[in-house]
Design a protein around this ligand. Structure first.
Ligand code: NAP
Ligand code: GDD
Length: 344
């Protein structure tokens, strides 16, 4: 039997990698895409799968649209990856973020309950829900303390997913995923901003990168490893929640150092706070500055995940090391900026 999978957010980083993974497993993949004035399918193009997925118009703000799609497709598996995923933007668009990242998940679940109750449902939960962390490292039992409207909205979604599992017996899973990156990461996230910025500087196309909090620490893994974990969750006999992480943490400054090395910069740090500068020892040029405008109203200082449960129950563990991830991203960006191709 050919399985049907519905992926919301297929145009995003995880959606694109997951679509490729499911196509390789012979799934029929339906990708939900919202209408925008400019096509945003460049990641599917880059992975060379745009022609293999069935794209359908979809917006998480439209209840009727959600019901109609789930009723007519009757998918075996639903991966709800669509979201306003940029934490920083959630401080200026808290209501929209609450709608799309929080309430819309209830809309999805209602449609599943009414029209496809046997479907298996994956929700993209997040380490951002741990926020001001209550213990180190964080696992499935760690209490939540979100620090952004994004984290608060995702926490609502996380609990409603659990609630529909317990109340109505739906097969629902939440993946508590720590930061995962790739060459397909959006440019607004710090890792890609750094790799693209440094690649541009190396190619002589840009002079400096302005960053915010250099001390924030994240547990950074490779998106390509994490999407397999999402799929494994839906293959278990019962829905459950799992942390996917690497159990290592690096600061934003560490990320800059590592990306710099792979592009042959030797960055020395001088000054403190907003006066801090990253200077390339070889050229003497300042290549990183700090801008107070890029700090957040409330910060998540440290995330580090414990993936023991995923390893035990799913046989999942991360395969890509931090240095490998960083060099994969800088390499891809350097190739892009030094080629004639249009890229995103
Ligand atoms: P992403 O690249 O920002 O992709 C987000 C996707 O959601 C895009 O396809 C976007 O469509 C779509 N979307 C946004 N608003 C929508 C709406 N109103 N209706 C329909 N689609 C909408 O995010 P990602 O990194 O792949 O992350 C996937 C999911 O995992 C997100 O829910 C994110 O919050 C969560 N998550 C990510 C990480 C991480 O480190 N990457 C960690 C934990 C959890 P457009 O292309 O039209 O913008
Ligand atoms: N974006 C950005 N831009 N972040 C910066 C910058 C900058 O110029 N300078 C420092 N940072 C710091 C942020 O303050 C934050 O502490 C850290 O870098 C990571 O920021 P992002 O890359 O924007 O990611 P995030 O951790 O806030 O959110 C990502 O991971 C979550 C999982 O923990 C997103 O993918 C979320 O959707 C995801 O849920």
């Amino acid at each position: 039997m050919v399985k049907r999978a519905l992926i919301t957010g297929i145009s995003g980083q995880d959606g694109a990698y997951l679509a490729k993974f499911l196509l390789e497993k012979q799934y029929k993949v339906y990708g939900a895409v919202r209408r925008t004035s400019a096509a945003s399918l460049h990641r599917l193009d880059e992975l060379k799968i745009k022609d293999q997925v069935h794209l359908i118009d979809f917006d998480l703000m439209e209840h009727g649209n959600i019901i109609e799609i789930i009723r007519s497709l009757h998918p075996h598996e639903i991966y709800n990856l669509a979201a306003q995923s940029f934490v920083s933007a959630s401080f200026t668009q808290p209501i929209y973020t609450a709608e799309v990242d929080g309430l819309a998940v209830t809309r999805m679940l209602e449609a599943v309950r009414l029209f496809a109750p046997e479907a298996r449902f994956y929700q993209a939960s997040t380490s951002e829900m741990f926020g001001k962390v209550q213990s180190i490292p964080q696992n499935e039992e760690t209490p939540f303390y979100p620090r952004s409207p994004y984290g608060v909205a995702k926490l609502y979604a996380h609990w409603i997913v659990k609630n529909y599992r317990e109340s109505f017996g739906l097969f629902t899973c939440s993946g508590l995923l720590f930061n995962h990156e790739s060459p397909l990461r959006g440019r607004e996230f710090v890792t890609r901003k750094i790799t693209l910025g440094l690649a541009n500087i190396r190619a002589g196309l840009q002079k400096t990168i302005a960053l915010g909090n250099l001390d924030a620490k994240r547990d950074w893994g490779f998106a390509g490893d994490y999407i397999e974990g999402m799929w494994l969750m839906l293959q278990k006999p019962h829905g459950d929640d799992f942390v996917l992480a690497t159990n290592t943490a690096f600061s934003v400054r560490d990320f800059v150092d590592c990306a710099g090395k792979s592009l042959d910069f030797d960055i020395q740090w001088h000054g403190e706070g907003v006066e801090e500068r990253g200077i390339d020892r070889k050229s003497g040029n300042t290549i990183v500055t700090v801008s107070k405008d890029l700090f957040r109203p409330a910060e998540v200082d440290l995330l580090i995940g414990d993936f023991k449960k995923a390893k035990q129950d799913l046989g999942w563990e991360p395969k890509t090391s931090f240095p490998r991830l960083v060099s994969m991203m800088t390499g891809a960006d350097y190739d892009r900026v030094t080629s004639d191709r249009v890229f995103f």
